[in-house]
Design a protein around this ligand. Structure first.
Ligand code: T3D
Length: 263
């Protein structure tokens, strides 16, 4: 598949998806969202891809919805933007959360609106020192979407999440790290090398087990302990049937590094 608004490359078992509309800070139009959705399903279908790295071209990660595309007018019959959310952002967030492979996000600059929440939906968020996170929605009279009202209170706690969402304050990368929103911060010039090396490392891990861990984490957000213990039992059975489990234990007993094949 060829792409116009993103780039998509696979190397060393890592797919790199780059949002690529830098002149408008990689804000989302429907065509860019469709391409992103297509690339995410390609990652899901291809067993040779064992990790995904998501980033943005130019000085920003993503400024959320392209406001020129979705500009409202005074026409009382104007389109329901809930439909944009349902067709543009929800499929992307669902695809990232249900992708049973590690998803690393390299936030190379500002992440605003749906762009911020896209980053926060990923498994590992790396950010450049100059990056920032803005729940910009309230500044234009909207509410956070793309999973923001789900992930942010869980990541930041109610007080910080409420403040971010109701003020639209810009949160610099270092503070996002201190608040537990993201995993690592690097000097700008080091971000992509660090994130790429990490993605390659994750692609060499026991992919099936990592996928099952992600499934368990997803369900832990709504399960009670009883249900979660039962889920762990079932998922451990699945993990125990993988070739990588056999290899992991064998390598340990032979005092060597395991060679995981993602099977
Ligand atoms: O349909 C729906 O609306 C429902 C879905 C909602 C999901 C959402 O994401 S709603 C939130 C949408 N996003 C925003 O409100 C953020 C808007 N952008 C900004 O607030 C600022 O651009 C930033 C804080 C992100 C960065 O500021 P700064 O000063 O670094 O850059 P800038 O000069 O504002 O932007 C550079 C260019 O990108 C500029 O174009 P120009 O003047 O060079 O021709 C600007 O207009 C353009 N740009 C930035 N963000 C968007 C955008 N163009 C269209 N849509 C954008 N979101």
């Amino acid at each position: 598949m060829s792409y116009e608004f993103i780039t998509f490359e696979v190397k060393d078992a890592v797919a790199v998806l780059t949002l690529n509309r830098p002149s408008v800070l990689n804000s989302f139009t429907r065509p860019m969202a469709r391409e992103t959705q297509g690339a995410l399903s390609a990652v899901e279908m291809d067993d040779s891809i064992r990790a995904l790295l998501l980033t943005g071209a130019g000085r920003a990660f993503c400024a959320g919805q392209d406001l020129a595309e979705a500009a409202p007018d005074n026409d009382p019959t104007r389109a329901d933007i809930g439909n944009i959310v349902e067709t543009t952002y929800n499929p992307i967030i669902r695809a990232i959360r249900s992708l049973e492979k590690p998803v690393i996000c390299a936030v190379n600059g500002v992440a605003a609106g749906a762009g911020a929440n896209l980053a926060l939906a990923c498994d590992f968020v790396f950010a450049a020192e100059s990056a920032s996170f803005i729940q910009a929605f309230c500044k234009i009279g909207l509410i956070p979407d793309s999973g923001g009202t789900y992930f942010l209170p869980r990541l930041a706690g109610l007080a910080r999440a409420t403040a971010m969402m109701m003020t639209g304050e810009k949160i610099p990368a270092q503070r996002a790290l201190e608040w537990g929103l993201i995993y690592r911060v690097f000097p700008d010039g080091e971000l992509m090398d660090q994130a790429t090396a990490f993605a390659v490392k994750m692609a060499g891990q026991p992919t099936k087990a990592l996928g099952l861990i992600k499934r368990a984490i997803n369900q832990s957000l709504s399960n009670d302990l009883k249900a979660q213990l039962e889920l762990e039992r079932r998922l451990q059975s699945e993990a125990g049937e993988t070739e990588d489990y056999v290899e992991g234990v064998k390598a340990f007993l032979e005092k060597r590094e395991p060679v995981f094949r993602g099977k």
